[in-house]
Design a protein around this ligand. Sequence first.
Ligand code: PLP
Length: 391
Amino acid sequence: MKRPGATHLECTWTGHTIPSEQLVGLSEAGKPLFARYDLDAIKATFTPEAVAHRRADLWRYAEVLPVRDSASRVCLGEGWTPLLDAPRTARRLGLARVWVKDEGQNPTGSFKARGLCLAVSRALELGASAVALPSAGNAGSAAAAYGAAAGLPVHVVVPKDTPIPILEEISALGADLQLIDGLITDCGAIVRRGVEEHGWFDLSTLKEPYRVEGKKTMAYELHEQLGGRLPDAIVYPTGGGTGLIGMWKAFDEMEALGWIGVERPKMFTVQADGCAPVVRAWETGAESAEPWQNATTYAAGLRVPSAVGDFLMLRALRASGGGAVAVSDAAMAEAVQWIGADTGVFAAPEGGATAVAVPRLLELGLLVPSDEVVLFNTGSGLKYVGMSPSN
Ligand SMILES: *Cc1c(COP(=O)(O)O)cnc(C)c1O
């Protein structure tokens, strides 16, 4: 079956538009591109009621996804993860209500599956012959999985101290894996060389338009799983920011579709003390973030010293009345323990970080005790077995 897909792509910096049905990376201005849809045309039929009985994965939101031909959908069971009520965690943190969105239940054990599912499906649809990306770990294994399912060669470049379970996973999924003595930014340089020399298509965070489309489905799910409303606040462990930016984009779409009004959840970024470029930019009132020197944290997903979507994250944090805080690795590790005992979810350190942030956000008055809050557990703790906190 064929769907209309996106109508065009729009530069998030200049607003300049280009056609969507071609393989493309950043805009002419070197900024991320957003896919736009004819929301007026689908408004009458794409309703919460229509979606309610659809398949239990992110393809239930097909009208606001860019893949046109269902033969190009690469599916491994991504999305539609549980939103778990966590009353003991709420009591412990002094909040009216807490839910854990358990993204560890995605294929390859992290929410990277959502983004890479869409990016690989579109790369396949638009004729890429090989894909590549630098990764702090989880994006690499998700790309490897979707590339394998699509029959596309995948090249992954990661720091050599990436958690071993993730390295084994990438290899087992058949990707070409390169280990680098450096950070994700150094891995990016290797990928750029492969793009120039071998014509690989670059799937780096926000450097192609569709990972963000996969991640935005988290916002549609929250609305649906809460029975047609949004929480007061979302606490999100932030690296490249795809999920935060994607959910913020989805809220605008949902408003244009008539699913919600002008209200928005307060959006909070949590980063690690050893790598907190977005927190620093938020605190200083900057519009973009300076690269972080000597990034260290065992929460691999947060070890992102600079992000091309920094200005989009900062806009969302500010427009929502949210904010950003940094937490220590030791506190994340401790939170993983009590979240597990409270909820039955073995969280990734990034998930632990969200709970550590809550008391700080209450202290700062950015959260209040009556708030109903979603904590994002972005990955499974199983992927970090054997890793210890860096600070
Ligand atoms: C990549 C990753 C993050 C950060 O996600 P972004 O949307 O890129 O900010 C957080 N947690 C885990 C487990 C990750 O793999």
